[in-house]
Write a protein that binds this ligand. Sequence first.
Ligand code: ZN
Length: 177
Amino acid sequence: MGAIVQKDNPVLRQLAEPVPPEEITSTRIQKVIADMKAALADEADGVGLAAPQIGVPLRIFVVSKRAFELAEEEGTPIGKIPEDDLVFIDPEITSCSKKKTAVPEGCLSVRWLYGNTERAEKATIRAYDEHGKQFQRGATGLLAHIFQHEVDHLNGILFIDHAKDIEEMRPEDIEKQ
Ligand code: ZN
């Protein structure tokens, strides 16, 4: 821990700036991506991380390989588990299902609160990868929820802004259960 900024930091409330596609392979952006992956790897329960969470107001988020494994355990068809964390730059949710479900959610920047949010069950996202190649990916269940949570971060929104039944659960409480 340490690299991830917490909820009162104003960077989490900014509208993050787009990354010009031609700059994706620059040293500066590659360093941001590497820092994000490292910060995410340090968090045992981390499934996704947006750049503002390490203090960088750019439109980038990373979904950990672990999230895909969890989605598979959840029984969601996800295709192939990626070799590495997946990087989404200038992401745009191009469509999502009208049907919403209540999803239990937490956030690495909102320790240690948890609550239920309403999220679309399915979402399709278009973004650039870390090599500057545009791609599109559809998701259901956990991954679709992660896409929505992370895009919210890029727009200055935290899940506690709209979650219900928010409660604090410290890791030591969870272990006791
Ligand atoms: Zn978050």
